[in-house]
Ligand binder design. Sequence first.
Ligand SMILES: *Cc1c(COP(=O)(O)O)cnc(C)c1O
Length: 383
Amino acid sequence: MQPIPYSRQQITQEDKEAVWNVLGGDFLTQGPKIAEFEAAFAAYVGARYAVAVSNGTAALHLCAMALGVQPGDKVITSTITFAASANCVRYCGGEVVFADIDPETYILDIKKVEALLKAAAPGTYKGIIPVDFTGFPADLEAFRKLADEYGLWIIEDACHAPGGYFTDAKGDKQHCGNGNFADMAIFSFHPVKHIAAGEGGMVTTNDKALYDQLLILRSHGITKDPEKLNENHGGWFYEMQELGYNYRLPDILAALGLSQLSKAEAGIVRRQEIARKYHRELQGLPLQLPLEKEGILNAYHLYVIQTPRRLDLYNYLRQHQIFTQVHYIPVHTLPYYRLQMKNRQQLPVAEAYYSRCLSLPLYPSLTDEEQDYVIETIRKFFQ
Ligand SMILES: *Cc1c(COP(=O)(O)O)cnc(C)c1O
């Protein structure tokens, strides 16, 4: 048996050809594949606009900039996420406040967010960054209602959840990142995610003004649009009107992302299949399994189990060539954030979760035989 990682990309011959074709063309960095990838991605998640960028972290940074995060602004996010969800606020000089997670869904607990907002002077907080952690969609309809009450914006970190959805109060499916509730949503095309491009990211939004802002910030804050220029010296002329970045995605990677996107739906189906089998086969063991909820399609980026014997199980599986992972070390406990916060926050649900969580191998190319071996090895451990 080959070593089994917790996640792995799947690159097909078709993917390779898509990249090869771009290499022979005129554009290596931002070219026609970007617009194609953006249009296809926007259609996939059901958003009006999509902006491709160099990675998910850059996507978060541009969102925070476009929403005008200023030094001292306070923003609430989850502590059970990748650090980048919080870092985007720090890049703009804002202050991150972490709220605890829901013990069943592991998503940012809206009741804890509301308690923070109630306890603060009006205008203290500027925004919320909920994370569709593991692929389980955050209830953005509820978050929107709360955000509107307090005049906050929402960035949905949907890195784990392309293809996932929840059902709203009217009974309609709301796909992660569709922009119906969040002001903007972000995705990553890191190889462990659903769509692999090596590096890459996407912002989706339904707001034209935010979209225009993202386009300019992605490329140095420069515009060539004659309608936006203050002066115009001729065809070569451009103006840098804001301090932007070079967060462009190369056409080479957009071609790979686009080709991968065409297989995303099949990938989701396979991920569901693997998750259902874990669910069936691990029932009865002393483990907490992921919540299955009516009306929700978990995109299953991760399949997280919980056990008080996590370290022993992790080591045991490793000895058997099964390489699980822990998602995540709570961000508020990382040394950088400990230093930022004078009084360390107490987030007991997140800390208890962290002491027990383990992500099992889950990716579309995981074979039935490999999954059986993982299940059998876990059973042996508990015997
Ligand atoms: C992967 C990930 C990111 C960052 O994406 P990169 O493309 O690696 O910069 C941000 N948030 C979450 C939840 C992620 O999983």
